[in-house]
Design a protein around this ligand. Sequence first.
Ligand SMILES: Nc1nc2c(ncn2[C@@H]2O[C@H](COP(=O)(O)OP(=O)(O)OP(=O)(O)O)[C@@H](O)[C@H]2O)c(=O)[nH]1
Length: 218
Amino acid sequence: MLTAKIGKVSKVLICGAKGVGKTALLEQLIYGNITLESEIHPTIEDIYVASVDTGRGGPRETLRIYDSAGLFQGSKAQLPRHYLYFPDGYVLVYDPTDPQSLDMLADIKTDIDKNKEKKEVPIIVLANMRSKRKDTPPSPTQQAQMQNNQADPVELILNRANAWCSRERIKHYTVNAMERPSLYEPFINMCARLHPPQTKSTFPQLRQVMQKTQKTEA
Ligand SMILES: Nc1nc2c(ncn2[C@@H]2O[C@H](COP(=O)(O)OP(=O)(O)OP(=O)(O)O)[C@@H](O)[C@H]2O)c(=O)[nH]1
Protein backbone atom coordinates (compact mmCIF):
# COMPACT_ATOMS: atom_id res chain seq x y z
CA MET A 1 0.00 0.00 0.00
CA LEU A 2 1.23 3.50 -0.76
CA THR A 3 1.58 5.34 2.50
CA ALA A 4 3.70 8.36 1.52
CA LYS A 5 2.32 11.33 3.44
CA ILE A 6 1.92 14.52 1.49
CA GLY A 7 1.79 17.63 3.63
CA LYS A 8 -0.31 20.68 2.90
CA VAL A 9 0.81 22.98 0.08
CA SER A 10 0.84 26.67 0.99
CA LYS A 11 1.11 29.60 -1.37
CA VAL A 12 3.59 32.36 -0.61
CA LEU A 13 4.07 35.57 -2.58
CA ILE A 14 7.43 37.33 -2.71
CA CYS A 15 7.14 41.00 -3.56
CA GLY A 16 8.83 44.39 -3.29
CA ALA A 17 10.42 47.06 -5.46
CA LYS A 18 11.99 46.33 -8.83
CA GLY A 19 15.50 44.93 -8.75
CA VAL A 20 15.82 44.35 -4.98
CA GLY A 21 16.86 40.73 -5.60
CA LYS A 22 13.63 38.72 -5.27
CA THR A 23 14.48 36.30 -8.08
CA ALA A 24 18.11 36.00 -6.99
CA LEU A 25 16.94 35.08 -3.47
CA LEU A 26 14.56 32.41 -4.71
CA GLU A 27 16.92 30.90 -7.26
CA GLN A 28 19.62 30.74 -4.60
CA LEU A 29 17.28 29.26 -1.99
CA ILE A 30 15.93 26.56 -4.28
CA TYR A 31 18.76 25.76 -6.71
CA GLY A 32 21.80 27.34 -5.06
CA ASN A 33 23.12 28.36 -8.47
CA ILE A 34 23.33 32.17 -8.24
CA THR A 35 26.67 33.96 -8.36
CA LEU A 36 27.61 37.59 -8.93
CA GLU A 37 28.01 36.72 -12.61
CA SER A 38 24.51 35.22 -13.02
CA GLU A 39 22.33 36.94 -15.55
CA ILE A 40 18.83 37.48 -14.16
CA HIS A 41 15.99 38.97 -16.17
CA PRO A 42 13.17 41.08 -14.76
CA THR A 43 10.27 38.88 -13.66
CA ILE A 44 6.76 38.88 -15.01
CA GLU A 45 5.67 35.99 -12.78
CA ASP A 46 7.28 32.67 -11.92
CA ILE A 47 6.36 29.85 -9.59
CA TYR A 48 8.86 27.84 -7.54
CA VAL A 49 8.07 24.79 -5.48
CA ALA A 50 10.09 24.23 -2.32
CA SER A 51 9.97 21.12 -0.19
CA VAL A 52 10.82 22.23 3.33
CA ASP A 53 11.94 20.26 6.38
CA THR A 54 10.77 22.35 9.32
CA GLY A 55 12.86 20.24 11.71
CA ARG A 56 9.82 19.01 13.65
CA GLY A 57 9.85 15.50 12.21
CA GLY A 58 6.96 14.33 10.06
CA PRO A 59 6.66 14.84 6.34
CA ARG A 60 8.33 17.71 4.50
CA GLU A 61 6.00 20.61 3.86
CA THR A 62 5.56 22.18 0.46
CA LEU A 63 5.66 25.86 -0.34
CA ARG A 64 4.55 27.11 -3.71
CA ILE A 65 6.37 30.42 -3.99
CA TYR A 66 5.16 33.04 -6.47
CA ASP A 67 7.84 35.44 -7.68
CA SER A 68 6.17 38.68 -8.74
CA ALA A 69 7.15 41.57 -11.00
CA GLY A 70 8.88 44.28 -8.98
CA LEU A 71 6.85 47.39 -8.26
CA PHE A 72 7.98 50.75 -9.60
CA GLN A 73 8.87 53.38 -7.07
CA GLY A 74 7.18 56.75 -7.09
CA SER A 75 3.45 56.81 -6.50
CA LYS A 76 1.74 54.66 -3.87
CA ALA A 77 2.89 51.06 -4.33
CA GLN A 78 0.03 48.73 -5.21
CA LEU A 79 0.13 45.01 -5.68
CA PRO A 80 -1.97 43.64 -8.51
CA ARG A 81 -5.34 42.86 -6.89
CA HIS A 82 -5.24 39.08 -7.28
CA TYR A 83 -2.06 38.99 -5.15
CA LEU A 84 -4.18 40.16 -2.22
CA TYR A 85 -6.46 37.14 -2.22
CA PHE A 86 -4.75 33.83 -2.92
CA PRO A 87 -1.45 33.90 -0.92
CA ASP A 88 -1.34 32.21 2.48
CA GLY A 89 1.80 34.21 3.38
CA TYR A 90 3.99 37.06 2.11
CA VAL A 91 7.72 37.66 1.89
CA LEU A 92 8.41 41.39 1.50
CA VAL A 93 11.89 42.26 0.22
CA TYR A 94 13.78 45.54 0.24
CA ASP A 95 17.30 46.76 -0.47
CA PRO A 96 18.78 48.54 2.58
CA THR A 97 20.80 50.85 0.34
CA ASP A 98 17.52 52.14 -1.11
CA PRO A 99 15.20 53.74 1.48
CA GLN A 100 12.29 53.99 -0.98
CA SER A 101 12.25 50.23 -1.40
CA LEU A 102 11.59 50.00 2.36
CA ASP A 103 8.93 52.76 2.35
CA MET A 104 7.09 50.85 -0.34
CA LEU A 105 6.64 47.85 1.98
CA ALA A 106 4.44 49.90 4.32
CA ASP A 107 1.96 50.52 1.47
CA ILE A 108 2.00 46.86 0.50
CA LYS A 109 1.45 45.76 4.12
CA THR A 110 -1.51 48.16 4.53
CA ASP A 111 -3.07 46.72 1.38
CA ILE A 112 -2.57 43.14 2.58
CA ASP A 113 -4.09 43.95 6.00
CA LYS A 114 -7.13 45.61 4.41
CA ASN A 115 -7.88 42.58 2.30
CA LYS A 116 -6.98 39.61 4.47
CA GLU A 117 -10.41 39.52 6.19
CA LYS A 118 -10.13 37.44 9.35
CA LYS A 119 -7.46 35.09 8.02
CA GLU A 120 -4.11 34.86 9.80
CA VAL A 121 -1.59 35.72 7.05
CA PRO A 122 2.08 35.45 8.07
CA ILE A 123 4.35 38.17 6.70
CA ILE A 124 8.15 38.37 6.90
CA VAL A 125 10.48 41.13 5.74
CA LEU A 126 13.88 40.47 4.16
CA ALA A 127 16.63 43.07 3.83
CA ASN A 128 18.72 41.81 0.92
CA MET A 129 22.19 42.98 1.92
CA ARG A 130 23.48 42.59 -1.64
CA SER A 131 27.21 42.01 -1.40
CA LYS A 132 27.83 43.90 1.79
CA ARG A 133 30.00 41.51 3.80
CA LYS A 134 31.52 41.89 7.23
CA ASP A 135 35.00 41.33 5.80
CA THR A 136 34.61 43.97 3.06
CA PRO A 137 36.60 47.11 3.87
CA PRO A 138 34.49 50.29 4.08
CA SER A 139 34.06 52.22 0.82
CA PRO A 140 35.64 55.73 0.56
CA THR A 141 32.19 57.28 1.25
CA GLN A 142 31.73 55.10 4.33
CA GLN A 143 35.26 55.98 5.50
CA ALA A 144 34.46 59.71 5.12
CA GLN A 145 31.21 59.23 7.04
CA MET A 146 33.01 57.38 9.82
CA GLN A 147 35.60 60.15 10.05
CA ASN A 148 32.80 62.72 10.35
CA ASN A 149 31.09 60.52 12.95
CA GLN A 150 28.10 60.11 10.67
CA ALA A 151 26.08 56.95 10.99
CA ASP A 152 26.27 54.46 8.14
CA PRO A 153 23.12 55.12 6.03
CA VAL A 154 22.55 51.36 5.61
CA GLU A 155 22.53 50.96 9.41
CA LEU A 156 20.02 53.81 9.68
CA ILE A 157 17.70 52.14 7.18
CA LEU A 158 18.06 48.78 8.92
CA ASN A 159 17.21 50.42 12.25
CA ARG A 160 14.16 52.06 10.69
CA ALA A 161 13.09 48.71 9.23
CA ASN A 162 13.56 46.98 12.59
CA ALA A 163 11.47 49.62 14.36
CA TRP A 164 8.68 49.38 11.77
CA CYS A 165 8.70 45.59 11.86
CA SER A 166 8.49 45.43 15.64
CA ARG A 167 5.58 47.92 15.60
CA GLU A 168 3.83 45.77 13.00
CA ARG A 169 4.83 42.52 14.75
CA ILE A 170 6.61 41.23 11.67
CA LYS A 171 9.84 39.26 11.71
CA HIS A 172 12.72 41.10 10.01
CA TYR A 173 15.72 39.21 8.58
CA THR A 174 18.91 40.44 6.99
CA VAL A 175 19.91 38.07 4.19
CA ASN A 176 22.22 38.05 1.20
CA ALA A 177 21.14 36.47 -2.05
CA MET A 178 24.73 35.34 -2.63
CA GLU A 179 24.84 33.46 0.69
CA ARG A 180 22.42 30.54 0.55
CA PRO A 181 22.50 29.64 4.28
CA SER A 182 21.27 33.14 5.13
CA LEU A 183 17.99 32.27 3.37
CA TYR A 184 17.09 29.08 5.22
CA GLU A 185 15.85 30.50 8.53
CA PRO A 186 13.29 32.96 7.11
CA PHE A 187 11.71 30.40 4.80
CA ILE A 188 11.70 27.64 7.42
CA ASN A 189 10.05 30.07 9.83
CA MET A 190 7.44 31.01 7.23
CA CYS A 191 6.79 27.35 6.46
CA ALA A 192 6.45 26.40 10.13
CA ARG A 193 3.91 29.19 10.66
CA LEU A 194 1.91 28.09 7.65
CA HIS A 195 1.94 24.46 8.79
CA PRO A 196 1.43 24.48 12.55
CA PRO A 197 1.77 21.06 14.25
CA GLN A 198 -1.44 19.06 14.21
CA THR A 199 -3.23 19.20 17.55
CA LYS A 200 -4.31 15.82 18.99
CA SER A 201 -7.90 14.72 18.45
CA THR A 202 -10.26 15.96 21.15
CA PHE A 203 -12.35 12.76 21.01
CA PRO A 204 -10.77 11.08 24.07
CA GLN A 205 -11.56 14.17 26.18
CA LEU A 206 -15.07 14.24 24.79
CA ARG A 207 -15.47 10.57 25.73
CA GLN A 208 -14.34 11.30 29.31
CA VAL A 209 -16.90 14.12 29.66
CA MET A 210 -19.67 11.84 28.39
CA GLN A 211 -18.68 9.08 30.82
CA LYS A 212 -18.77 11.54 33.75
CA THR A 213 -22.21 12.82 32.70
CA GLN A 214 -23.56 9.27 32.47
CA LYS A 215 -22.19 8.43 35.97
CA THR A 216 -23.86 11.48 37.57
CA GLU A 217 -27.15 10.68 35.84
CA ALA A 218 -27.09 7.04 37.09
N1 LIG B 1 25.82 41.80 -5.84
C1 LIG B 1 24.59 41.38 -5.66
N2 LIG B 1 23.75 41.49 -6.67
C2 LIG B 1 22.49 41.07 -6.49
C3 LIG B 1 22.04 40.51 -5.28
N3 LIG B 1 20.76 40.19 -5.40
C4 LIG B 1 20.41 40.53 -6.64
N4 LIG B 1 21.45 41.07 -7.31
C5 LIG B 1 21.49 41.55 -8.68
O1 LIG B 1 20.52 42.58 -8.82
C6 LIG B 1 19.86 42.45 -10.07
C7 LIG B 1 18.38 42.34 -9.86
O2 LIG B 1 18.13 41.12 -9.19
P1 LIG B 1 16.76 40.33 -9.37
O3 LIG B 1 16.86 39.10 -8.55
O4 LIG B 1 16.39 40.20 -10.78
O5 LIG B 1 15.80 41.38 -8.69
P2 LIG B 1 14.21 41.32 -8.69
O6 LIG B 1 13.78 41.98 -7.44
O7 LIG B 1 13.74 39.93 -8.90
O8 LIG B 1 13.88 42.20 -9.96
P3 LIG B 1 12.47 42.34 -10.75
O9 LIG B 1 12.05 41.00 -11.20
O10 LIG B 1 12.77 43.27 -11.89
O11 LIG B 1 11.53 42.97 -9.78
C8 LIG B 1 20.44 41.23 -10.78
O12 LIG B 1 21.40 41.66 -11.70
C9 LIG B 1 21.06 40.44 -9.66
O13 LIG B 1 22.19 39.70 -10.09
C10 LIG B 1 22.99 40.39 -4.21
O14 LIG B 1 22.70 39.92 -3.09
N5 LIG B 1 24.24 40.85 -4.46
